[in-house]
Design a binder for this molecule. Structure first.
Ligand SMILES: Cc1cc2nc3c(=O)[nH]c(=O)nc-3n(C[C@H](O)[C@H](O)[C@H](O)COP(=O)(O)OP(=O)(O)OC[C@H]3O[C@@H](n4cnc5c(N)ncnc54)[C@H](O)[C@@H]3O)c2cc1C
Length: 540
């Protein structure tokens, strides 16, 4: 049977998810001569960029950085049109990658992996799959790779009454392919995180009336998106390799070209601070967080950025009461910083209203709209911009059983435990791409994904070439890594607020800081592990 015969059920490797991670993983494994099948719930490739079709969706790491580097030809031939590529453009890019590297024949779309169990006798995984379009219900593989994404399991709040709502409702992360017509509609947006901040200005332009239901305000810096600077594009392409290497050496795997990042905000006078922040505000984008070297380490430094960004909100929003409500009181950047295009200004529009649902929480969705503790709102459309069960949601969405039938849900009941975010003890031959405990969401994710894919592919190659069948994280290495991830996080200000990095957006989710902070240190550690013959893993 040929490797990509649709009826085939036994593989060397199965990969779950066809976003940036799954697509590149497939390409690498194929190049090694492995038989591979990728399973994906969606009807196409793209992952995040397949699902998030809401108005205004775009990356907030600059396009030249937020892209694959594994193929010099690819990065030379692709031309980005905007500083921050829009969702349709990123999806086009991923479709181009799928065509260029002929990936689709090994991807089974419209298929959900529901269960996975490890057979210790054969060192193989068996996966249960559900699909309306394919006959197989079970496949087996020696290696099982979760490329299911950190932000793919949507968080839908459990408000009573949604089933009886007579209007339309949508989650930003499951946006209809045909788009949504807001013209003449009374629209409610629930949430004020990144997706809300991107979509609200555009929805407000179209809707008759927009009510934004805010629990916690977020800091946002202007994106200053624009057509891509052609001279910059040419400069980067002249030495893309060097550009990537400089970025990889940065703590977030991005923002290499920031001057003055070593300095402390505390050494600056008021006038210098103002001038410095004006420059970075004007430059635009998440790079603002790196404008001083100690913003995420020193509370007093951070307070200078917080004060500056707070003043900007006051300057941008006409009504001081609305401005106050939009001003966060948490550490600047400890919830994911957002980059916007006219977000705060949108609240000056006569058709936009801001509602504080921390003070008067949403009690129920009603047939005609929504009820908070102190008012009723009539709505034709509700947009849930309520984010994700980040980092663990998609992993725990599959009933994964490792050695002795132990379930991953049970193992992680007090929070995720991994070694390097690549694997977890008791679950041999299972790899997680950008799993908890790796830089993942606190890095430019495409290079972080490529680094994981390369590590996993090289590891599988090593096992094959040495005639080994099984690799498993040791408990000692895992315990030490979990402690280290926490220690590093606790040296920063990141754990200091109720962010999704900590799982705080999901009721009942254990509070554990999940990403590893420091991309270059992490990469060096992964390389050292290999150099020491996979230190921290048991190979057999
Ligand atoms: C709106 C938005 C903007 C973002 N912008 C940036 C940015 O600017 N910079 C940045 O670095 N990161 C950004 N991210 C993070 C983004 O998720 C990553 O950059 C990247 O796209 C993740 O790729 P992935 O392949 O790991 O996961 P995903 O793209 O999430 O793909 C995972 C896929 O797995 C599939 N899947 C999950 N479970 C199953 C299952 N059980 N069975 C079958 N299939 C399954 C899903 O359907 C999905 O298609 C953004 C995220 C969002 C939501």
């Amino acid at each position: 049977m040929s490797p990509n015969d649709p009826l085939r059920t036994n593989f060397d490797v199965v990969v779950v998810g066809a976003g940036f991670a799954g697509c590149y993983m497939l390409h690498r494994l194929r190049g090694m001569g492995q038989t591979v099948r990728v399973f994906e719930i969606g009807t196409g490739v793209g992952g995040t960029w397949y699902w998030n079709r809401y108005p205004g969706a775009r990356c907030d790491i600059e396009s030249m950085e937020y892209s694959y580097q594994f193929s010099e030809e690819l990065q030379q031939e692709w031309a980005w049109s905007e500083r921050y590529a829009s969702q349709p453009e990123i999806l086009d890019y991923l479709n181009h990658v799928a065509d260029r590297f002929d990936l689709r024949s090994d991807i089974q779309f419209e298929t959900r992996v529901t269960k996975a169990r490890y057979d210790e006798a054969t060192s193989r995984w068996t996966l249960d799959i559900e699909s309306d379009t394919h006959a197989s219900t079970e496949v087996t593989a020696q290696f099982y790779i979760m490329a299911t994404g950190c932000l793919s399991s949507t968080n839908m709040p459990d408000f009573p009454g949604l089933d009886d709502f007579e209007g339309d409702w949508f989650h930003t992360g499951r946006w209809p392919h045909a788009g949504v017509d807001f013209a003449g509609k009374r629209v409610g947006v629930i949430g004020t995180g990144s997706s809300a901040i991107q979509s609200i200005p555009l929805i407000a332009e179209e809707a008759e009336h927009l009510t934004v239901f805010q629990r916690t305000p977020n800091f946002s810096v202007p994106a200053h998106n624009a057509p891509i600077d052609q001279a910059l594009q040419a400069r980067v392409k002249a030495d893309y390799r060097g550009f990537r290497a400089r970025n990889s050496a940065m703590p977030f795997g991005a923002f290499a070209d920031v001057e003055g990042r070593e300095e402390s905000a505390l050494n600056a006078t008021e006038a210098e601070l103002e001038k410095h922040y004006d420059y970075w505000w004007q430059r635009g984008g998440l790079i603002f967080l790196a404008s001083y070297g100690d913003l995420m380490f020193e509370e007093k430094s951070n307070a200078t950025a917080r004060k500056y960004a707070g003043q900007k909100i006051l300057d941008l929003v006409d009504d001081p009461e609305v401005a106050a409500l939009l001003t966060p009181d948490q550490v600047f950047g400890c919830k994911r910083l957002c980059a916007d295009s006219g977000y705060f200004e949108t609240f000056n529009r006569p058709n936009v209203e801001l509602v504080d649902v921390k003070k008067a929480p949403i009690e129920a969705i009603t047939p005609n709209g929504l009820r908070t503790a102190d008012a009723e709102y009539e709505l034709d459309v509700i947009v849930f911009a309520t984010g994700y069960d980040a980092m663990t949601g998609a992993l725990l969405g599959v009933d994964i059983r490792g050695r002795n039938g132990q379930s991953l849900v049970d193992k992680w009941h007090a929070g995720p435990r991994t070694y390097l975010g690549l694997g977890t003890a008791g679950f041999p031959n299972l790899f997680t791409i950008t799993g908890p405990g790796s830089p993942s969401v606190l890095a430019n994710m495409v290079p972080a994904i490529e680094q994981h894919v390369n590590w996993i592919a090289d590891c599988i190659e090593h096992l094959r070439s040495t005639g080994l069948r099984e690799i498993e994280v040791t408990l000692d290495a895992e315990d030490a890594w979990v402690e280290h991830v926490n220690d590093v996080a606790n040296m920063t200000l990141f754990p200091g607020c109720n962010s999704w990095y900590l799982g705080a957006n999901i009721a009942g989710k254990p509070r554990v800081f999940m990403p590893y902070i420091g991309f270059p240190t992490y990469v060096a550690k992964c390389e050292e592990v290999v150099a020491k013959n996979y230190e921290g893993f048991a190979l057999s």
